[in-house]
Ligand binder design. Structure first.
Ligand SMILES: C[S@@+](CC[C@H](N)C(=O)[O-])C[C@H]1O[C@@H](n2cnc3c(N)ncnc32)[C@H](O)[C@@H]1O
Length: 257
């Protein structure tokens, strides 16, 4: 049954490129009793899983050729519109980076975990040059980002295929700031896992900027936008934070006390 549901989810081409194990995880969580699964339950699981993938994996393939064409034309805004998160932030990017860099200082080297297409927002960072390392589970995005980095004389660095759930951060380079924009919620892991990931990543940098959506899958505003678990945890482990909000997203800039 799991296999059948996976096939149904992947019938929609937006999800065709995603890793099967990630989708299966979400399916398994929803199957309570295989024997009781009727057509309606299956349809509802497919809908729910697609909804979650839509907000977690946000990059929707235009089809390789169209995306490459946009890259050739250097139409980076249109590229950003193909990803839920970068699209939502388009009117805010300039302010987001101003705010972040007012706290962290202008970075020379950024590591971006669960990077999606975020590097295409480089123009809004107002940096003369940047060493950038992006990590994501989406192989197609990684290849695409590397093409962008190669064609941009102001950016050096590289994007890599990486699974945050491996909890392996040893290979991350030391850097000024680590971005984890809308990553932690996507992982669907518990607070303990998130804490361990944050503490390990903190050894590589002076600042982590983690962001979270403030709207639900249904598009309704969340009643509690803050991530209290994160605030309590940071306090407990002796880290400090500043937070700020834009429409649909809350940012935490975390650093050592
Ligand atoms: C909501 S998107 C945010 C993208 C980007 N950080 C941004 O805010 O523009 C979440 C990103 O995390 C990536 N992701 C999800 N699970 C992951 C995992 N286990 N390891 C690495 N990346 C993951 C997805 O592929 C996707 O690009």
């Amino acid at each position: 049954m799991e296999k059948k549901i996976l096939e149904l989810v992947k019938k929609n081409k937006k999800y065709r490129y995603l890793d099967d194990s990630l989708i299966n995880d979400k399916i398994r969580k929803r199957i309570k009793n295989e024997k009781l699964l009727g057509k309606r339950e299956v349809e509802s699981i497919v809908k729910e899983v697609r909804g979650e993938l839509h907000s977690s994996y946000g990059s929707f393939q235009l089809g390789k050729k169209k995306r490459e064409k946009l890259l050739e034309k250097k139409d980076f805004l249109s590229i950003m519109k193909t990803n839920v998160s970068t699209k939502e932030r388009l009117n805010y990017y300039e302010d987001v980076y101003k705010k972040i860099f007012s706290i962290t200082g202008k970075p020379a080297k950024i590591v971006d975990l669960g990077c999606g297409l975020n590097v295409f927002s480089f123009q809004f960072m107002r940096l003369k040059k940047l060493e950038y390392y992006g990590y994501d589970i989406g192989g197609d995005d990684v290849e695409f980002i590397n093409k962008f980095i190669k064609m941009n004389s102001k950016i050096s660095g590289k994007a890599f295929l990486w699974n945050a759930l491996s909890d392996d951060v040893d290979m991350l380079p030391k850097c000024d700031v680590v971005f984890m924009f809308k990553l932690l919620d996507s992982l669907g892991k518990d607070y303990k896992f998130n804490e361990s990931l944050i503490l390990k990543v903190m050894k590589k940098t002076k600042f982590i900027v983690a962001s979270f959506p403030t709207i639900k899958l249904s598009n309704r505003k969340m009643k509690f936008k803050e991530r209290r678990w994160l605030e309590y945890m940071l306090e407990r482990v002796g880290l400090k934070f500043e937070k700020f909000e834009i429409e649909n997203e809350i940012f935490y800039v975390v650093s050592k006390k």
